[in-house]
Write a protein that binds this ligand. Structure first.
Ligand SMILES: Nc1ncnc2c1ncn2[C@@H]1O[C@H](COP(=O)(O)OP(=O)(O)OP(=O)(O)O)[C@@H](O)[C@H]1O
Length: 256
């Protein structure tokens, strides 16, 4: 686990100022199934997320990882099964306490500052000081006036994270947020995610990167063919996966 980033910066104070841990946990999924054209893409998943840990979701391409987190966030509706957060069925109010960051940053064609202002305006009057703290936290304050589209890939992803964190989410989903970034950009994103976790945000993070999972994960959910093969504390998983397929996956053997 990385240490939280420099906690003396103003941005960090803003983001860490809430009581931790907070939130919507536990999350319980039962029999969660998504079928499209008769194919069970997510297949009877039972999953419990209790701890305010960083949960990393891993597994081969097409295993259903992205669909699973979209279901947990309520972006898509399951064919059958249930999802509860803190004992209640997933609802709109809960969705507003969650945020999602995608592999390709979703940004407005406006300035860097306006991208964050827009999110803050959803919660109340625009607060320039708060926006600047958030931009400073993600290292983008000096780019505030620039059009977001002119940022580098890593900077755009940090802006996407800033937008997500501006919502002060209880739960932050990340779908391969560092997949196309260089190591320095990956590290900066990981530091911001670690810091959000340290301030009490539940992190649910998809990655194909074992190094990243070792650096960040508290627990690993390993998916295969729409199902959860195992959900294991990260230390245990990297020492000895609980399933034969898990061992194959960790060893880099092809898992079909
Ligand atoms: N809207 C859709 N309609 C039909 N099939 C879909 C749809 N969305 C996803 N799928 C299929 O569902 C399966 C799981 O997709 P998903 O994106 O969740 O996989 P993943 O584990 O995130 O994969 P990757 O690691 O490649 O991103 C894939 O076979 C995909 O092609």
């Amino acid at each position: 686990m990385l240490d939280a980033v420099d906690r003396t910066t103003a941005g960090e104070r803003i983001i860490a100022s809430k009581a931790a841990p907070r939130g919507l946990l536990p999350m319980e999924a039962r029999g969660l199934t998504l079928a499209i054209s008769g194919k069970r893409l997510v297949d009877a998943v039972d999953l419990d997320l209790n701890a305010n840990s960083i949960t990393m979701i891993m597994g081969p391409n097409g295993a259903g990882k992205s669909l699973l987190i979209r279901l947990l966030h309520g972006m898509i509706t399951p064919t059958s099964g249930s999802i509860t957060w803190s004992g209640e069925q997933l609802n709109e109010g809960m969705r507003r306490r969650q945020a999602m960051v995608f592999q390709r940053p979703v940004l407005l064609r406006r300035s860097v500052a306006a991208n964050v202002d827009f999110v803050l305006s959803l919660r109340g009057p625009t607060d320039k000081a708060k926006r600047d703290h958030i931009l400073e936290h993600v290292g983008l304050l000096e780019h505030a006036k620039q059009p977001a589209r002119l940022l580098s890939g890593g900077e755009q992803q940090r802006l996407a994270l800033a937008r997500a964190l501006a919502l002060e989410p209880d739960v932050l989903f990340l779908d391969e947020p560092t997949a196309s970034l260089d190591p320095a950009s990956v590290l900066r994103i990981e530091q911001i995610v670690s810091s959000a976790h340290a301030s009490g945000t539940k992190i649910i993070f998809i990655t194909h990167d074992f190094g990243q999972a070792k650096r960040l994960a508290g627990d690993i959910v390993l998916m295969h063919r729409g199902g959860v093969l195992e959900h294991t504390p990260a230390e245990k998983f990297f020492e000895k996966p609980q399933t034969a397929k898990g061992a194959d996956f960790l060893a880099g053997r092809i898992v079909l």
